[in-house]
Write a protein of this length. Structure first.
Length: 712
């Protein structure tokens, strides 16, 4: 058979050209199997029973009637569950959330806490039995009331310092010609990916297999190994297709419950969360209360910047929404103070959610900057340009490229900003008041150690194996293009396999670090493989395989402030009679390193911007103080932007090269949402002349503002 020698340069410019998703046909035809769809012989189904009180203890569970119901195989609760270990530090350097350690005690710390798992032959039988299980509680008083004035809020050191400061803030504010001192609030927000959280666990020949929907197979392996005190080599997690994650698909209670039940019953067990259960068990973005103080001289140059944020967490685990962190990289001042504080309440634990910290933090900071521009009589873009820092405001590190000014200028040109009348409330289109607004954006560009293997086959094709996760971002396709260029071949000759912990440790799909980290590992392995192939040795039937590990290389990166940047622009129409706000058009211009696949990259950026519309105008989970639970924990009660709410949305980018970066790729999954809500809110001010400092900007809030009453 005639073969093409590996390494023959057929096509060397795949990165940067548009490619449809490799698995696209499988997904649209239903051939792609998700975690809750993979068939197994002898499969049993588990259904979680969640607490109906917000605080207390379990007094009793009437399991005997449930065990007698058709098809019921077992009921696991705190009296008969396997004992779990929680004394360890996880992949992200954090202690595990005790919510993972299901059925270990009789205490209930929040409404929706897992109290039992009913396992039956069918999903319908499991659900019926779970709903029939009678659980009695000794209820205790609970507290779910969140405000920014709580005296029990404490500095949160988490993954970053809780408090930073330099200079005398009060003195610089007093000496400033113009001062903005404002409070901003954002509500509790939920991920709601299209695919619910699902996991199937089974033991096969002494090895635990988990088919899961997650953002990092090796991440889940590590947590399960620690929780169940297992040998690392005895656990395999696969997650080939994931229908959205946004930060919520790490290790959750349903995976642990599935493994526990499969261990007890010695047969495959699947647990799928319902949409309502996801509101309690999948994490969420904490509400925030933020205090921003800006002081500037008459020319708009900052003398003082203070950004304080309060978020909430559960009583069992501390997770911080670090909203004040965005000020630490965006703008500098002689007096620069930031603080992230957190208060413990009887609520489920929040978690990472698309641009954690940056999304709500940018709303407060960029809205305050717009107000400062108005008071200074300076164009909002010009104000930001005058306050460009020359190094990290808090870190003091140099910027590894900071192309925010280029984003601002290019965005202004494309959006037609120069024609804008800065006066608010002067443009009309019939019953609609029209306004335009903008905001700046940044998000870190980090990388995590990863391993990858690349195999050259005798027929001239290559197989790449890496424990990456494609959570809908198009990562599988992007990595194919990266590998093709690294191997100097056409993409058709490269087969990328992902989502399997057996492929070795790899960075999770999170923090906008996935594609960057995985590409680095693939490029290193491909380079070493090409060196071996250049020696001219014949390729055996099993192929030639090279494994890479980027731990040392990433550790050797020169310390610097590495970020993606963006400029967000929005035009809105406001009906002051009904309070309706309509976004008519949006533009985002970004500096996000090398764009691997323009087709999927634009989708990611636009998706973030659309979520920003949703954040600005719709999303708000309301918690009932009496019960401690949500009002409308479903997609009927929790509103998100739909097609009718999404106007013409454009996402573009500029060249953003970093000669010192060995990969050149930055994350784009999260930068798209940063600043988007602020741009909309600033546009609403320009339309109406009224500032909205609380999200979402609901019709009732627009009407109240028009009537001169404060935000509700």
């Amino acid at each position: 058979m005639t073969t093409v020698a590996p390494g023959t340069p057929l096509r060397t410019a795949s990165v940067g050209t548009a490619h449809t998703r490799i698995e696209g046909v499988e997904k649209v035809t239903g051939a792609a199997r998700y975690a809750g769809e993979v068939p197994f012989a002898d499969l049993a189904h588990g259904w979680l029973v969640l607490s109906t009180v917000a605080r207390g203890r379990i007094r009793s569970l009437d399991t005997d009637p449930v065990l007698a119901m058709p098809g019921v195989l077992a009921v696991l609760d705190h009296r008969n569950a396997l004992r779990l270990n929680t004394d360890y530090t996880g992949l992200l350097g954090m202690l595990p959330d005790p919510t993972l350690a299901v059925f270990q005690h009789d205490r209930v710390p929040f409404l929706g806490w897992p109290v039992a798992l009913v396992v039956a032959e069918t999903s319908e039988q499991a659900r019926e039995a779970a709903e029939a299980l009678v659980v009695r509680y000794d209820e205790e008083p609970h507290d779910v009331g969140f405000t920014g004035e709580r005296a029990d809020a404490h500095p949160a050191d988490g993954v970053m310092p809780g408090v930073t400061g330099k200079g005398d803030l009060d003195a610089e504010l007093a000496a400033s010609a113009v001062v903005v001192d404002a409070e901003f609030t954002t509500p509790e927000e939920h991920h709601n990916p299209m695919e619910p959280h699902a996991a199937t666990a089974l033991w096969d020949g002494g090895r635990l297999e988990v088919i899961d929907s997650n953002q990092g197979a090796t991440w889940v392996v590590g947590e399960l190994v620690s929780l169940f005190s297992l040998d690392p080599g005895s656990v395999r997690v696969r997650s080939e297709h994931v229908g959205g994650g946004f930060g919520s698909k790490g290790l959750r209670a349903h995976q642990v419950a599935a493994v526990m039940a499969a261990t007890v019953l010695q047969r495959p067990v699947r647990v799928v969360l319902t949409r309502r259960q996801m509101f309690s068990l999948a994490g969420y973005r904490s509400p925030t209360s933020q205090h921003v103080r800006l002081g500037a001289d008459a020319d708009g140059r900052l003398r003082a910047l203070g950004h304080g944020s309060v978020s909430l967490t559960s009583t069992v685990h501390e997770f911080v929404e670090p909203s004040a962190g965005v000020a630490r990289v965006m703008y500098d001042a002689a007096a620069h103070h930031t603080a992230n504080r957190v208060v413990r309440l009887d609520v489920p634990t929040p978690t990472f959610m698309r641009a954690p910290g940056e999304a709500p933090g940018s709303f407060a900071l960029e809205a305050a900057f717009d107000e400062l521009a108005e008071k200074c009589g300076i164009d909002p873009i010009e104000l930001r340009l005058r306050n460009e820092p020359d190094k990290g405001p808090v870190s003091g590190l140099p910027f590894a490229g900071r192309n925010l000014p280029a984003c601002l200028r290019e965005g202004a040109r494309r959006f037609g900003w120069a024609d804008r009348d800065p006066r608010p409330g002067v443009r009309r289109d019939g019953r609609w008041l029209l306004g335009t607004g903008m905001a700046a954006a940044s998000f870190q560009a980090g990388a995590g150690p990863s391993t990858a293997t690349v195999t050259a086959h005798p027929d001239g094709t290559f197989t790449v194996r890496i424990s990456a996760a494609d959570i809908g971002t198009g990562a599988r396709t992007a990595l194919t293009l990266v590998a093709a260029d690294a191997l100097q071949v056409a993409p058709e000759r490269v087969h990328v396999r992902i989502g399997d912990s057996d492929f070795g440790p790899a960075m999770i799909a999170g923090g906008s670090m996935g594609t960057r980290s995985w590409s680095w590992a693939i490029k290193v392995a491909a380079g070493e493989l090409l060196e071996r192939l250049a020696l001219g040795a014949d390729i055996p039937p099993e192929g030639i395989t090279v494994r890479s590990d980027t731990t040392a290389a990433i550790g050797a990166l020169t310390p610097a402030e590495r970020h993606s940047y963006g400029a967000q622009f929005a035009e809105v129409a406001v009906d002051v009679t009904t309070g309706e706000v309509r976004v008519r058009r949006m533009l985002g211009v970004f500096a996000a390193g090398r764009i691997v696949n323009p087709l999927t990259a634009r989708n990611q950026l636009r998706g973030g911007m659309i979520w920003g519309i949703s954040m600005a105008l719709h999303e708000e989970a309301v918690r009932d103080r009496a019960s401690g639970g949500h009002v409308g924990a479903d997609l009927a009660g929790y509103h998100v932007a739909t097609h009718a709410d999404v106007p013409h949305v454009e996402a573009e980018w500029i060249d953003d090269d970093d000669p010192d970066d060995p990969v050149g790729i930055k994350g784009i999954g999260e930068i798209g949402i940063v600043g988007a809500a602020a741009a909309v809110a600033n546009a609403v001010w320009h339309a109406t002349g009224v500032r909205h400092r609380s999200l979402p900007i609901r019709p009732d809030r627009v009407l109240s503002a028009a009537a001169g009453t404060p935000d509700a």
